[in-house]
Design a protein around this ligand. Structure first.
Ligand code: SF4
Length: 319
């Protein structure tokens, strides 16, 4: 689930921290404003610059000296609240209509973008709508359909294997328990958590490349093993937040806190981030790095939820 992002010069970041227009007296004060001020859709150049200064000061403070466990929990929860304001429409970025489709789409999303998966699955699900259909698929025909997602031979083997297991061991139904899901071919803990959280309402933290990168930038943990990251983050939040936190963090990673060029100067959680300054801090330049709906561009889903403020993605092969 690695995004293939593109940039735009259309600024539209919603940023309480950046819209206050007041210089930060301290990191604590900046963080307080960041969590209490109302979210605005448009940000003027003047206020963006003031917010960037606040970020610089508070970011420096957040990164100075050891942070107590209590302070870390508070800061992590403030970041989550801020992200909830910025992305109230956060959602899984794979198109699916049922748990089987979500399971298949998540397996296909390894080493490619959700967009490419979403462009591939309409034809796939039309040809094989149920586990029974996919279990009986001709491997070469299945491979041809999923070829755009890459690693298509291994993925076809996993899809036929997991569909066969669903048919033979689970009466053709996707199970709603972690231990059953990870027993399916090609299904790891991350895939299982995506399915549990979004098709069964079972809270789970999904640690993908974006999630791991951001929580390390925020100094929630320095672990790199996804299972260890998951355990640390689970301990910082109540269970009820786990699934939506996962979506919000991934949204932020795809739109603002990019791997190579984080848009720090347009980041609404700069006052809470010890890594402020790792990316572009000039507000005007940072605005140009924003992606998807924050940059006025289409999202990854061909069928986004009704509250998504961006444009739907185009089908495969569309101009
Ligand atoms: S863009 Fe990322 S690194 Fe920069 S301030 Fe925001 S969260 Fe921190």
């Amino acid at each position: 689930m690695i995004s293939s992002d593109s940039s735009s010069a259309s600024p539209s970041a919603s940023s309480p921290a950046l819209s206050s227009g007041k210089p930060a007296a301290s990191g604590k004060a900046a963080a307080k404003r960041a969590t209490k001020a109302p979210v605005t859709k448009a940000v003027s150049k003047t206020t963006v610059k003031a917010g960037a200064k606040a970020g610089a000061k508070a970011g420096a403070k957040a990164g100075a000296g050891p942070e107590s466990r209590t302070a870390l929990v508070r800061r992590a929860r403030r970041i989550n609240r801020e992200l909830a304001d910025v992305y109230p429409y956060a959602h899984p970025e794979l198109d699916f209509e049922n748990s089987f489709e979500l399971l298949v789409a998540t397996v296909l999303s390894a080493q490619t973008t959700d967009l490419r998966v979403n462009q591939t699955t309409p034809a796939l699900f039309a040809a094989y709508p149920t586990p029974e259909d996919m279990a009986a698929a001709d491997p070469e025909a299945l491979e041809a359909l999923i070829r755009p997602t890459g690693f298509f031979r291994a993925k076809a083997k996993s899809l036929i294997g997991l569909s066969t297991a669903l048919r033979d061991r689970f009466d053709g139904e996707v199970p709603g328990r972690l231990e059953d899901l990870v027993s399916l071919p090609g299904v790891g803990r991350k895939t299982a958590n995506v399915v549990l959280g979004n098709a069964f309402g079972v809270p789970g933290i999904t640690v993908d490349t974006h999630f791991g990168r951001l929580v390390r930038r925020w100094k929630w943990t320095d672990e790199t093993d996804p299972e260890k990251v998951e355990a640390v983050v689970c301990d910082l939040f109540p269970k009820s937040e786990w699934t939506m936190l996962s979506h919000r963090v991934v949204f932020h990673g795809r739109r603002i806190c990019h791997s190579r060029k984080p848009a720090c100067g347009a980041c609404p959680i700069a006052p809470l981030c010890p890594s402020y300054g790792e990316g572009e801090t000039d507000p005007d330049k940072a605005q140009k790095l924003l992606k998807y709906e924050k940059g006025g561009l289409p999202g990854q889903r061909l069928k986004p939820p009704p509250d998504y403020p961006g444009l739907p993605a185009a089908p495969l092969g569309a101009a």
